[in-house]
Design a protein around this ligand. Sequence first.
Ligand code: HEC
Length: 141
Amino acid sequence: MNRNSRIAIAVLAGAYSAFTLAAQAQGDAQRGAKAFQACAACHTLEPGRNLTGPSLANLFGHEVKLQGGGTVVADDAYLRESIMLPQTKIVDGFLPIMPTFQGLLSEEQLLQLIAYVKTLKGPAAAQPPAGPAGAPAPQQK
Ligand code: HEC
């Protein structure tokens, strides 16, 4: 039973790497911290300290204002898109100059980076996003 469930988990993890993200978030985050060196020229991890790109502190789970109006909540999908297809959504007040990392990062490295960015929460980020506009419509059917 134990062995079977372990095998099942291993199979699932291979097929759905999102699962491994949850299970190995911490190890991933540590490796992601290394991969982040590729980003540090343009992104700080200090809240509010922007370089060419916005600070990535407190980003995950928070609402981002986009160029041309509109907002997006920074979830896994947004982080992935921001790194692989950075021109798709441009953060308000910034230039669309982030290079794509498609082909430069393996899927594994990408997941590690995302896990890392998710850990960059300041104390304020421990609370759920304030205001109805930021709430991601939880129980909708
Ligand atoms: C040459 C500078 C540059 C590099 C290198 C760079 N970025 Fe960016 N990044 C930007 C800029 C400028 C923006 C804002 C414009 C936009 O939305 O594309 C941005 C936006 C982002 C966003 C969205 C931020 C938000 O507040 O919504 C994420 C996430 C991100 N970058 C992650 C990364 C990661 C991870 C790396 C390294 C793999 C990286 N970036 C490397 C310049 C850079």
